[in-house]
Design a protein. Structure first.
Length: 128
């Protein structure tokens, strides 16, 4: 999938390794978004969702059309649907980072999103 592509590394200042160079310990890279899009955003690791509530997690995946716990085949549109189904309206996907967990050799992802701005109620006071 990423053969011959220039990767946007999550930690560009350090030495990075591709999936081909180190298949079980490759470096984090953006599959969607970049450092500019995630600035000020929140992020969650995809393996945490099922720990926080497997029913809610699986329901959000079903709505988004994501099967299983691997996000390498999910499109940004599907992940946006997942973010909306899991967190609610107004949450916006701004980045996805993939890397390999060196302790297990399995890929992991972090989903970066912005939260909706709180609505401010304007109240007018009558002056007596």
């Amino acid at each position: 999938m990423f053969y011959g592509m220039q990767l946007d590394w999550f930690y560009p200042e350090q030495e990075n390794f591709t999936k081909q160079e180190r298949p079980y310990s490759y470096s984090p890279f953006f599959t969607y978004g970049n450092h500019h899009t995630i600035e000020g955003a929140s992020a969650d690791y995809t393996d945490r969702y099922s720990l926080w509530g497997v029913e809610k997690y699986r329901a959000a995946q079903a709505i988004a059309g994501i099967k299983g716990d691997w996000y390498n085949t999910a499109t940004p549109a599907q992940i946006q649907k997942f973010v909306t189904a899991y967190y609610g309206k107004g949450y916006k996907l701004v980045g996805v980072v993939e890397w390999c967990n060196m302790s297990s050799g399995y890929p992991h992802w972090s989903i970066h999103f912005t939260k909706p701005k709180p609505r401010v109620r304007k109240t007018t006071y009558a002056v007596a």
